[in-house]
Design a binder for this molecule. Sequence first.
Ligand code: UD1
Ligand code: CA
Length: 454
Amino acid sequence: MNVVILAAGMGKRMQSALPKVLHPLAGKPLLSHVIDTAQSLSPSRLCVIYGHGGAAVLELLARRPETIAAALQEPQLGTGHAVRQALPELDENVPTLILYGDVPLTSVAALRALVAAAGPDQLAILTVEQDDPFGLGRIVRENGKIVRIVEQKDANEAERAIREINSGIMVAPTARLKQWLGALQNNNAQGEFYLTDIVAMAVADGVSVVSAQPSAVWEVAGVNSKVQLAELERIHQGNIARRLLEQGVTLLDPARLDVRGELICGRDVSIDVGCIFEGKVELADGVSIGAHSVIVNARIGAGANIKPFCHIEQAVVGAASIIGPYARLRPGTELAEDVHIGNFVEIKNSQIAAHSKANHLAYVGDATVGSRVNIGAGTITCNYDGANKFRTVIEDDAFIGSDSQLIAPVTVGKGATLGAGTTLSKDAPAGQLTISRARQVSIEGWTRPVKVKK
Ligand code: UD1
Ligand code: CA
């Protein structure tokens, strides 16, 4: 099968410099949703029709792993004219499925049903019944059979009362499609070459026109404005939340969850309200995610407890670890089992071995931390000299006193203790106490200054 995706329209009502089909839904451009759906049908040819914001659309296509054909439609003279631009890319021996770059949520099941209904030589249209069909093309039937589609602007009173609408998505036999598109006229209310006019042509040629229906109206809903984009986002998020609930995930409020990517959950996972998951996130068995956490491309180990307000990105959290509240795990963070990272602690590009703790107000960057290490409040790895970054190594069982600065490159040996307030600029030997602060003195007989009377 061939697939053509129409994505040339400018989307004026989005009120944006970004081409409409590049606006994200669940963190992914509308057009990428449609391409992903098309790819799951394994088409032999796939062609995207672009126009407005063409360079950005081509960049999106170039970033994808597969090669996708693209055809420029300039100027945009209607949906029929748009499909015509794809003709040189299409294989005449297989049917062509036409999709829309701004209709992101069509299910693969609905498209398979449509393709099956069309068979090798019929025209098939994905239609739905709408309570308010205003603005859409109406399906005109005679004796139950589809005979043509009439656009809102061209329809008479009786036709406007029809509630079965054209989603725009259709499958056509390709050789016929070429003939029909070549014969399109633009003598209609909008002066456009309507793709929908091929329906009457098919009927005239004795080709039967059939229909299929998706399981929900939102499957064919298009995005023309930010309002519609927001509505579809909620529907999509609702679908994701329902799927998670069905898998046994506890969602404290399914209406307050955002998944912008792939969220893989084990058994007995619990997610509190207001969390955002981006990219690929894996939550192992028994993980609990506190309210208002943002987790991006991360793996959270079994039984880990992420308390509220954490930001975790490109990080691995070990089993039974306790993170937050208010912790930030930046890219390259790898925490082993039972690590505790508390409030206002930032970890970047560091490995922390099992049973270690940094419970309050610390920055650990470019560090390798052993097991059972205690990092006191206010500890900072000084990993950056303004030009280069260096590593800090803290070996097993070390104790870093509060408010210490570790000036990298530097190593704290196994079992070493740093006194509070140490500025460590040389390695601290294993097993010893290292302190860099001045000795404490008390001055006997010292008196406070008093205010001089003027
Ligand atoms: C079209 C259908 C209408 C259907 C509706 C569903 C026609 C004539 N009408 O309406 O029956 O109910 O879709 O939403 O086909 N596009 C191009 N190039 C163009 C014109 C459009 O690429 O020259 C693309 C747009 O970017 C959009 C899609 O085609 O993705 C549909 O265009 P739009 O103007 O939204 O639909 P209508 O023509 O109003
Ligand atoms: Ca139009």
